[in-house]
Ligand binder design. Sequence first.
Ligand code: 13P
Ligand code: SF4
Length: 347
Amino acid sequence: SYEEMEQSVKEIKEKYGNRLYIPGHHYQKDEVVQFADVTGDSLQLAQAAAENRDAEYIVFCGVHFMAETADMLTANHQKVILPDMRAGCSMADMADIDQTDRAWEKLQQLFGDTIIPLTYVNSTAAIKAFVGKNGGATVTSSNAKKMLQWAFTQKERILFLPDQHLGRNTAYDLGVPLDKMAIWNPITNKLEYDGNIEDIIVILWKGHCSVHENFTVANIEHLRKTEPDMKILVHPECSREVVEHSDYAGSTKYIIDMIEAAEPGSKWAIGTEMNLVNRLIQNNQDKKIVSLNPYMCPCLTMNRIDLPHLLWALESLENEELSNQIIVPDHITKDAVLALNRMLDNV
Ligand code: 13P
Ligand code: SF4
């Protein structure tokens, strides 16, 4: 039963003590988050992984790219385990390394040495290595602005992977006009741009988050009519139009901080992942909180980590099987860590 599974997880955690560390992303289910030693957004979890030197086993409750990052930032003797290998990220899958190498070759022909690559941490270790090797850095939603500013101190142009929306929203906030942003289409291996290519400042990889794209301007217009005093707060993985029509946009951490600091009685519609919105609703019962999209959007791959998978991963430690260990090859780690450290040193 569910209770028996909870009891078994508790017992294994007690038995292992500091030898076991369970980071949990804010988008994870409550049944998993209750056992997390640290919860956070992707930046906080990357930092927590980098700082932990005690745990022998890191059972990562999040998605594959986060577990890869944890493996790259922890010491060699520390083993990172993902409770379900199917917990991927559709956005990270939208940029593969062969497409990226092809794109880079073409962009070098078009722009010479004027571009620096940046990648959202929601990307594979191989993409991070590509970025690190070419002088760039990773970014998360909470430091994207700072990292784009840093990138512009290095080069005139930025290639931003793999989320076009975070790239566009952040560049726009920094004053880059929309008509100076082009799209890189990895399927056609072509730039999508109407004007003179000399004018391009930011090249946005044509990727997106399948969860955050479910929030629409129509959702906002509906709420403006039915709940005119409700504030709308969205994640910058939402489209430019959605961000423009909202009252506030910011990272997972920004959303949580904003709601926690809000006045009792205030009303909020939130455009981000469903498990997090539900947790904000539960933890802030003095405020009226709804999902911006009434047909709430879970991240299906985040949801693959559930109590049975967590328990299975912990039991496999007990049997010394080490199932689902995430091991990033050394040659990839070496370059990817350059990109990660350029971010961690800047924030
Ligand atoms: P953050 O945790 O950086 O806000 O990222 C959101 C997300 O989509 C994680 O997959
Ligand atoms: Fe990937 Fe979006 Fe899920 Fe985050 S919410 S893991 S970006 S698909």
